[in-house]
Design a protein. Structure first.
Length: 214
């Protein structure tokens, strides 16, 4: 019998390299096709994450939109959040609290004051605000009101002066209601003044680190 020749290492490498790659190529093509389909479907479903609008077929991309919001509104939004935190911390320090019943009472009063046959729920829908967000906002307002009202004093002379200067634009007609309306308006003005004065004071007393640059 003829002797069987052993295959050398070089010949083994040649044989391996000659094996067909068609199967691997086919699998790769199927995988790439699958990726394209997935990307297309995701793009359709989450188009708003990439494209927010188009004007005469010219796209407005989400990064443009975010950049605009960041530049024009982010600084004020951050400043408002800092002010809110400072006031809540000051309220906690002064043990100022607002109960759920107080929030409900305020919301009931707001419902009564709505005009034009519009309900509170309809108003919130117009404002794109949930009832939970509205509730939270009312609670914050009441906390701030309690905190700031302690600094406010309204005299009878101020009330009479306000009525003389603004009676033509006031809704009330009898004297008692005129005084009440004037008192409410003066309280709102003074609360706003106290707010504008208190925030800078609290900022000076606090350690505020701002990590975002605008």
């Amino acid at each position: 019998m003829p002797k069987t020749r052993e295959i050398t290492e070089t010949e083994k490498k040649i044989i391996v390299n000659k094996k067909p790659k068609r199967k691997f190529t086919s699998c790769l093509m199927v995988f790439l096709f699958f990726l394209v389909i997935v990307a297309f479907v995701v793009g359709l479903k989450f188009k708003g994450l990439i494209l927010v609008a188009s004007v005469n077929s010219k796209p407005i991309y989400s990064f443009e939109f975010v950049k605009y919001l960041w530049k024009h509104y982010a600084p004020q939004a951050l400043d408002d959040l800092i002010a809110e935190k400072l006031l809540l911390q000051e309220a906690a320090k002064k043990q100022v609290e607002v109960s759920d019943s107080e929030v409900l009472e305020e919301i009931t009063q707001i419902r009564k004051e709505l005009t034009g046959g519009v309900t509170l729920e309809e108003k919130l829908e117009q404002e794109k605000m949930s009832y939970q967000e509205f509730q939270k906002g009312i609670k914050l307002q009441l906390i701030f009101r309690k905190l700031l009202e302690k600094k406010i004093n309204i005299t009878d002379n101020e009330i009479q002066a306000y009525i003389r200067q603004n009676q033509a634009a006031m809704q009330a007609t009898d004297e008692a209601k005129l005084k009440d309306e004037a008192r409410q308006a003066l309280r709102a003005e003074k609360m706003n003044e106290e707010y504008q004065n208190l925030i800078p004071e609290l900022k000076k007393e606090s350690n505020i680190s701002q990590f975002l640059k605008f």
